[in-house]
Design a protein around this ligand. Structure first.
Ligand code: F6P
Length: 325
């Protein structure tokens, strides 16, 4: 390996910048040339890349988003798109690639490196959804959860002042990880997750029990992937049954993706970026670097994608239900 490139792809996540910084500086420390690719795989196709120096990544540890920009790139899914990307990488003499993103990013990375095995590829799990096999935490999940908690605490103040019931929808795509952690942290009266079906009748009974127990407000967190319906539909479904509360809805939306990365995400980004470059130097390819039991672990990209599944964290759910009575 003599020249590596780094890109961020898919939804941005706080912690991507600390990770880019680690990739660049670890690479340069080991006498590698480092190239930054703008806008994810789109930048490979458009030949939109630039040489990076230690100073290209100065003062970015605290920044949300990604200095390299990101995109969800459809053309890279085609053979033709991949061939153009490969041609550009070869023209620049790049033989190693670090891709920071989620499962869509890894799917592209695996297909690409099977087609062109002379380019080594290492993936770094970067998504607020925390939905990748091979790493207990993904970059951005901690910051996003903290952002959600801050927002819900504020909603709790006004909910309590007015004796209101709020349905709050949070991100996570098919994963309820943010919803569950935020629910525990904010004492939500109910948490609706894609990993577990919730019957509306049970939800209504639960909310009635809360009122009977003299709760002055109630918060229901709805993961966006929950199958019962979105926050608005759920609010409509319970409105006539829950006369004692005024019912309101808040969709937190993209504010969950922004903001300065937490200490956890800065350290995780640094560790994963550092590990990704060291893996390339050791000759690894088609792997994802992750953190398990506080140790860096390499998982095959194929395994990471195949094992990808959403399991309900039963113990956390049960605890949350007991603690919110
Ligand atoms: O994967 C991160 C994520 O924020 C998901 O939680 C959400 O479903 C999706 O991206 C939103 O994507 P976009 O920013 O393209 O609307």
């Amino acid at each position: 390996i003599s020249k590596i490139a780094v890109l961020t792809s898919g939804g941005d996540a706080p912690g991507m910048n600390p990770c880019i910084r680690a990739v660049v500086r670890t690479g340069i420390y080991h006498n590698l040339q480092v190239v930054g690719i703008r806008q994810g795989y789109q930048g490979l196709i458009d030949n939109n890349m630039y040489d990076m120096t230690t100073r290209s990544v100065s003062n970015i540890l605290n920044l949300g988003g990604t200095i390299l920009k990101t995109a969800r790139c459809i053309p890279f899914k085609s053979d033709e798109g991949m061939e153009i990307a490969y041609k550009h990488l070869k023209e620049h003499g790049i033989d190693g690639l670090v891709v920071i993103g989620g499962d869509g990013t890894f799917t592209g990375a695996l297909r690409f490196s099977r087609k062109f095995p002379d380019i080594s590829v290492i993936g770094v799990p970067g998504t607020i959804d925390n939905d990748l096999y091979g790493s207990t935490y993904t970059l951005g999940f901690d910051t996003a959860t903290n952002t959600v908690i801050e927002a819900i605490d504020k909603i709790r103040d006004t909910a309590d002042a007015h004796d209101r019931l709020f349905f709050i929808e949070v991100m996570g795509r098919d994963s309820g990880a943010i919803a569950l952690r935020a629910g525990i942290s904010c004492g939500a009266e109910a948490i609706l997750l894609p990993e577990r079906a919730t019957a509306i009748d049970n939800l209504i009974e639960n909310l009635k029990a809360g009122q009977f127990n003299k709760k002055s407000s109630s918060i229901v967190i709805v993961a966006e992937g929950d199958k019962t319906g979105g926050a608005y539909e759920l609010a409509e479904a319970v409105r006539n049954e829950i006369k004692f509360y005024d019912v309101k809805v808040t969709i937190l939306g993209h504010l969950q993706r922004g903001g300065s990365p937490s200490a956890f995400d800065r350290i995780l980004g640094s560790r994963l970026g550092y590990a990704a470059v060291n893996a390339l130097i050791k000759g690894e390819t088609q792997k994802m670097v992750g953190l398990e039991a506080n140790h860096i672990k390499l998982t095959g990209l194929e395994e990471a994608l195949n094992q990808h599944q959403f399991k309900l964290e039963e113990d956390l759910m049960e605890m949350s239900e007991i603690l919110s009575i």
